[in-house]
Structure formats: C-alpha cells, structure tokens
Design a protein around this ligand. Structure first.
Ligand code: MRU
Length: 347
C-alpha cells in the first residue's frame, strides 16, 4: 500500500489527515495526547485497527513528559491518560483492546523505573503497527479464496489500508487477489454521511489500480438484485461472541439485501475486534455523532436548520446474516459462539 496510515517518525507520531482525502494528502504530526484524542474524535485517523494503534501512541504521548521517578505517580498518570483516550470514540473495541494492552505492561514490569517504562510503552505501540501489518496480510491470505478471477465484490465504508496500519481488512483479500494477477472489480458504497467509501476506499482502489465503481448507499440493493455482485465483504468495529457485528451505519441494510438476493456476506476483521466480554450484539455501544454531519456535510447546507436529524455512526448486523468472519486465524463459520470460543481455547 502506498500510504502508511500512522507511524512513528523522527520522534513524532505522523498520520495522514483522512478528513482531507481525496483532495489533499496532508501528513500531520501529533505530539500530545490531546491532539491524538481530537484526531480520533474528528476521524483524522479512523477505522477500528488504526484507532487502536492511535490510542497506544496517544497514551505514550500523554506520559512522555512525565517528570521524576515516582513509579506510583507514573502509573496513576498513565491510567488517567488511558481513560481520557478511551473517551474519544465508544464503538471500535480495538481502542479498548489497545488500552488494555498498554495497561498490562504496568503489571508485567512493575519493578521497572519510569524512564524504562516510557521506552517499553513506545516499543509496544510500534510493535502494534508491525503486528497489524502481519495480521492484515494473513486476513488477505485467508480471504483470497473467496475472490476468484472475474469476481465483483461490494464493500461498505473503508476497511482498507487507511483503516489499519497499511493493508486493510475487508480490502485485504481484494488486494491479495490483485497481487496474484486476478481481474477483480469492486462496488464501493459511498457511505453517508462522512463518505468514507467515496473519499477513502475509492481513493485506495484507484491508487492500487483495481477497477472500482462508486454507488450511493441506496443503490446497493438494486445492484445486487441485478446479479452484479458476487460477494459482499465489510470490516467490523466490534464483534460479539455470538458473531453479531457492529460496523459503519448502513452495513445492516447491505446485509439484509445480500440475504434477500443470495449474495454471500462476509466480515473481515482481526481477532482483536472480537469483544470477549460481550455475549451478543445488544451490548455494543453505538456512537452517536453530531447531526450537523447529515445536515451540513462538507461545507454545504443540505437540510433546514430546524429539522431534527439522528446520526448513529454504526449499526449491528445479526450473526444470522454473516456467511463467515475472515480473521488472521482463518475463516470463522456459524455457530460463531463455538468457532469464536475455539479461537480462545487455542490461544
Ligand atoms: O467511523 P469510521 O470511519 O471509523 O468507521 C470505520 C468502519 O466502520 C470500518 O468498516 C471498520 O472500522 C473496520 S476498519 C478495518
């Protein structure tokens, strides 16, 4: 993939500001936990795995300037920063997975001095980037069998390189198929209201040279009814232990249409997107965003000020609609309670 989403460079965290794509490719430096909180909240960095990595770097930035050698005070400060970063967005469980992972270092290295802890935390954040690259590549390998020669895939939102460290989840099997020389085509849902499909997925596919056709969200069912879609692959923000999956608002409608028109519907996500504490999708917290994103998106008023608007950022697709969940450990199949359970038994 040509553009790294987030990286540690010259003592700074560097991200590409995704709110400006595709008009502008602007890389910005993030130097404080507050700036990282804002970057996550405003979707400058977005997509579940990328948010997790951003959280880990954000925590490091929040303790980097901690003065002194008082380990107890350091641990207190780190836990405060974790809570603060955790308040940026509620749905993607990778954010909390990353926070837990950094907090686990406190226990694992409870006898280490403050300066060493700082180094260990930065190393852990950087390792998450490398690990994400390996995991996404494996998702590509496990999913590529579903994307044969001539396959037409529909995707919603952006679960590509820019939603992860570099390679993507839902787009990974497509990228892999393309690398293997297969001719594939992607239907890209625009993804209202923030247009992650049009602005980011379309950008990545054009950049990679994979043929893609942009449609508005309301066209997806029609395109499927016309037998123009062989498979749907989407990403995930949080997967419950029974397979219920939260993803970008509009995913549920795509899944319902896919079932109706007999199009296989797959989710692609790292195991870190599974919430082991949640038995079903009912408990998934759904972020509600500013209604202005619907009424006044991208600098133009598109609805009267006085009208009420409701703006949930995610929805939950019941497991019954999902043919399989493509992970770095293989494709999980229903019953998910069992296949997801087996995953943890073998860790
Ligand atoms: O609000 P966003 O842009 O962060 O939502 C992103 C999605 O819904 C993605 O599909 C999901 O995070 C998977 S990313 C690999």
């Amino acid at each position: 993939m040509p553009v790294p989403t987030i990286e540690w460079k010259d003592e700074h965290v560097r991200i590409i500001d995704q709110t400006l794509l595709p008009a502008e490719k602007l890389f910005v430096s993030i130097d404080t936990a507050e700036a990282m909180w804002e970057a996550i909240k405003l979707l400058r960095v977005r997509g579940a795995p990328a948010i997790g990595i951003a959280a880990a770097f954000g925590i490091y930035l929040g303790i980097r300037d901690f003065a002194g050698e008082d380990r107890l005070a350091f641990d207190r400060r780190l836990n405060e920063v974790c809570e603060y970063i955790g308040s940026s967005r509620p749905t993607a469980v990778n954010l909390f997975w990353a926070i837990d992972r950094i907090q686990a270092l406190l226990k694992r290295y409870e006898d280490r001095p403050v300066q060493e802890m700082k180094k260990l935390i930065l190393e852990e954040a950087r390792e998450m980037v490398e690990e994400d690259n390996r995991v996404c590549r494996k998702i590509g390998e496990h999913g590529v069998g579903l994307v044969g020669e001539g396959c037409s895939v529909l995707t919603h939102c952006n679960a590509g390189g820019l939603a992860t460290a570099r390679y993507g989840t839902a787009l990974a099997p497509i990228f892999r198929a393309h690398e293997l020389g297969r001719k594939v085509h992607v239907w890209v849902d625009e993804t209202r209201p923030l247009l992650q499909g049009a602005r980011i997925t379309a950008f990545e596919l054009v950049d990679t040279g994979i043929p893609a056709t942009l449609i508005t969200d309301s066209m997806a069912a029609w395109v499927m009814s016309q037998k123009k879609v062989d498979i749907v692959i989407v990403g995930a923000d949080r997967i419950a232990c029974n397979g219920d999956t939260a993803n970008k608002i509009g995913t549920l409608g795509v899944a319902v249409a896919a079932k109706n028109f007999d199009v296989p519907f797959y989710v692609a996500a790292p195991v870190s997107t599974i919430d082991r504490k949640l038995p079903s999708g009912e408990g998934i917290p759904i972020e509600e965003r500013d209604p202005e994103e619907i009424k006044h998106g991208f600098g133009r008023k598109t609805a009267p000020d006085a009208v009420a608007a409701y703006n949930p950022a995610f929805d939950v697709t019941p497991a019954a609609y999902i043919h399989g969940i493509i992970t770095e450990r293989g494709i999980l199949r229903a019953p998910y309670k069992k296949s997801i359970g087996t995953l943890y038994d073998t860790i």
